[in-house]
Design a protein around this ligand. Structure first.
Ligand code: BGP
Length: 476
């Protein structure tokens, strides 16, 4: 077994999002976010958005796992595992309930005071995402979400408010979760807060919304650095890893283009401060005509990030082969199955070496510190009669990914942290299920909302504790 070399102050921890854990969706003045209008689904039935809240419909994010009331207990459990960092998001609609108010909601701000105080008690560094798929519903309904440029100013008012308020409690910030999901159909509602029919869901609309988010992100970075020069502010990319299915040059070029468009555009703009060269041709050939304001270029150039963070779960293969039997073989991102990889119960291919590939690829490209802020496996867990939960599949998934991260560190990559998704069971973003469990901590809650909410430690809880205590050297 090789010697692992994670840096001494490596940030080990876990990651969550407000809408997937907090619940209390309308408590203390909170307004609804776009996720509060999403009904539950499952692996085969997609979630759907209801135009209004329907009395008979179950909305899993309304209660989630009630972190709003359990935060002390949950943070104590994170501390018991030895967390150095906890990634959470601030629910924008807890602070600005409708989104366009001029004054924030004091009770919403006070909630995060309590959470940050609790983290500080255990010396756990908060890593705060400003926007994690949770645009206030008011901005979706009245403004059409991120396709409307006015949303930039509402976002900046919100960012300014929370960055001032928590300037001494939070050092690490992320502007937008998985900002690049707007390059896919899936991103229109999740990332863009836009309710669109399939005909309206065009690249024109989504890339315009992405442009607005990129400008908003850059301005928030500049603003944050002015509020506290010690802030570290990062971008967050859903790393869509796509290999060529064969060594045919067509397949190789196709996967390169996929990487450029889906990962490269948002990454380059946020790290390098400008759209990459390949965008121009892509926009021209895809009839995307961005409305860019005179100052946008300057704003993007002035708001480059301090570090690059990303989520990594799986990989797919792509082929230019026209035979439809090669296409869409059951992966979430589309693409083809990789014959060398196994999949999770939800069909996500498990590819630990892909993580090493991505880390090297990103560090070669950007030369700034990297953080893996989401990585994990959604799985069905069984509670034994004595209450224990044996989850060797989860331990195996993490062990293999951490081994590959350590290889990347030895390759010379400047990797500063790792937050697993999610350290505690939470509502799945794509399916709304609780059954798709990610946690080291089990939550007694089912897909229909039943359950008493009690927390318990799975086997993986003790394993991750050992990993952190040994700074990633003891993975057995
Ligand atoms: C990422 C999101 C998270 C999270 C995760 C797992 O794309 O940033 O919010 O949910 O995926 O996905 P899911 O919950 O659909 O299993």
């Amino acid at each position: 077994m090789s010697v692992y070399q994670f840096p001494k102050n490596f940030l080990w921890g876990g990651a969550t999002a407000a809408n997937q854990i907090e619940g209390a969706w309308n408590v203390d003045g909170k307004g609804p976010s776009v996720m509060d209008y999403m009904a539950g689904g499952n692996r085969t039935t997609p979630r759907h958005v209801t135009p209004e809240l329907e009395p008979g419909t179950f909305y899993p994010n309304h209660e989630a796992i009630d972190f709003f009331h359990y935060y002390k207990e949950d943070i104590a459990l994170f501390a018991e595992m030895g967390f150095k960092v906890f990634r959470l998001s601030i629910a924008w609609s807890r602070i600005f309930p409708h989104g366009d108010e001029t004054e924030p909601n004091p009770a919403g701000l006070a909630f995060y005071d309590r959470v940050f105080d609790e983290l500080r008690k255990y010396k756990i560094e908060p890593l705060v995402t400003l926007s994690h798929y949770e645009l206030p519903m008011g901005l979706c309904k009245d403004y059409g979400g991120w396709q409307n440029r006015k949303v930039i100013d509402f976002f900046l008012r919100y960012a300014d408010t929370v960055m001032h308020r928590y300037r001494d409690q939070v050092k690490y910030w992320i502007t937008f979760n998985e900002i690049n999901c707007l390059t896919t159909d899936f991103g229109a509602y999740f990332g863009g807060g836009m309710v669109l029919t399939p005909e309206q869901n065009t690249e024109q609309i989504r890339f315009q919304a992405l442009h607005h988010q990129l400008v908003a992100s850059a301005k928030a970075v500049k603003l944050g650095h002015a509020i506290n020069p010690d802030f570290k502010i990062g971008c967050m990319i859903c790393y869509m890893t796509a290999y060529p299915l064969t060594c045919s040059p067509e397949d190789v070029l196709l996967s390169q283009e996929f990487d450029q468009i889906h990962n490269g555009i948002a990454g380059d703009v946020q790290v390098r401060g400008a759209y990459p060269a390949f965008t121009e041709r892509f926009f021209r050939e895809h009839h995307v005509h961005l409305k860019v304001m005179p100052d946008d270029k300057k704003s993007l150039a002035e708001g480059t990030v301090d570090y690059y963070t990303f989520s990594y779960y799986s990989s797919v293969c792509l082929t230019a082969h026209p035979d439809p039997s090669f296409q869409n073989q059951g992966n979430m991102m589309g693409g083809c199955k990789n014959p060398y990889l196994k999949s999770s119960q939800w069909g996500w291919q498990i590819d630990p070496q892909g993580l090493r590939w991505v880390l090297n690829h990103l560090y070669d490209r950007y030369r700034i510190p990297l953080m893996v802020v989401e990585n994990g496996i959604g799985a069905l867990d069984t509670v034994e009669p004595d209450g224990s939960i044996h989850d060797p599949y989860r331990v195996e998934y993490y062990r293999r990914h951490i081994e590959q991260m350590s290889e990347a560190v030895k390759d010379g990559v400047d990797l500063i942290g790792y937050t697993t998704w999610g350290p505690i069971d939470l509502v799945s973003a794509s399916t709304g299920e609780m059954a798709k469990r990610y946690g080291f901590i089990y939550v007694d809650k089912r897909d229909d909302g039943s359950g008493n909410g009690a927390r318990s430690r799975k086997d993986s809880f003790y394993w991750y504790k050992k990993v952190i205590a040994s700074n990633g050297t003891d993975l057995q």
